[in-house]
Design a binder for this molecule. Sequence first.
Ligand code: PLP
Length: 423
Amino acid sequence: MDHYRHIKQQDHEVYEILIGEEERERTGIELIPSENYVSSAVREAAGSVLTNKYAEGYPGRRYYGGQQYTDAIETVAIERAKKLFNCQYANVQPLGGAAANVAMYFALMEPGDTVLGMDLSHGGHLTHGHPTTSINKVFNFVRYKMKDVDTGEIDYEELREVALREKPKIILAGFSAYSRELDYAKFVEIAKEVGAYTVADVAHIAGLIAAGVLKNPFDYGFDVITTTTHKTLRGPRGGMILVRESEDIAKCINKAVFPGMQGGPHMHIIAAKAVAFGEALEPSFKEYAVQVIKNAKAMEEVFKAHNVRLLCGGTDNHLLLADVYGSLGITGQEAETVLDEVGITLNKNMIAEETRTALDPSGIRFGTPAMTTRGMKEGEAKQLAELMIRTLKAKDDTAEKATLKKEVQSLCEAFPVPESFVS
Ligand SMILES: *Cc1c(COP(=O)(O)O)cnc(C)c1O
């Protein structure tokens, strides 16, 4: 662990914790669909001297001196982001996906205005107006849902009715627990009818869009995209806001991020974003994104063969939601715990039309971005899915769990986390 040599010398307490996490990431299978492994190059940038620098403002318009390198790095990140998503403007300063969404709301609305977004129990995100969030006190959130939870089709008629009735300022497309493509053209058509902005929160699928393997909302006329940079896009933990073509909107977004919401941008993270965007522009990233979806499809096949009910009837992207309580009689919490015991990490999840509680729901959510980064292909994806099913059936079988843990470990040894993804 040469890259921790100074921490090792100076602070053993922190060193031990970091080594522990390195070990955890190396020896377990990560199936949380919002997680990934960054390259060593991205980590170096995130650990760089740029953490020392205050750079409030934007390139060419800063509040402090000494900005020759911060301006250069932020410009590189912006230009690469624009190229990846085929748009005119990018703000790479948001500290995360939640911060990006809050800034976007304030950029496009006045307090009291309405957002029409995906119902949270049907896959929408906390930041789309969950009652416990602060923005829920500022803006009014109304919902659309799936028409059929077993195909995942959105109820576009209901969406249109609610839009006509509630007159939202923003129609928000996007999700954190939904496995199908959206009909972006439909969103734009309805938004035009009611004079709303269209925003896509692609936090989960940004890498798949950047690689061109999922549809880009901008190709259908969306105004704004918000995203994280650390999920399928495989960059450092952070956020970003993209604007298709409107300079007016871009100006509002920039003001809402700084000074509206944040202070000094995290320039070391912006450098790491630039490096990750560079990786995502390489042909090898497209291959990665194609494989992410193939692996999810391979897992789908195995779960279906075992008659486990999948929400939306399967997947078009990187994630799956399984009704393990309905199909195998094991709760989401029990499933999360027993899979963790054998070295497979994922999360319990509420399913649409949930009959249980948030703390112990019926479902689990899992996905393939991280295991695909390790180089696993359809064969390993199927093997993993079989291991998961066996584990879910072995909740109280100590001997079987020990066997399963060994099998997970040998898969990990065969597919170490790589240092670099570009050749
Ligand atoms: C993950 C996610 C976010 C929040 O991102 P953070 O970086 O955790 O703040 C927002 N929206 C969606 C759809 C997400 O999946």
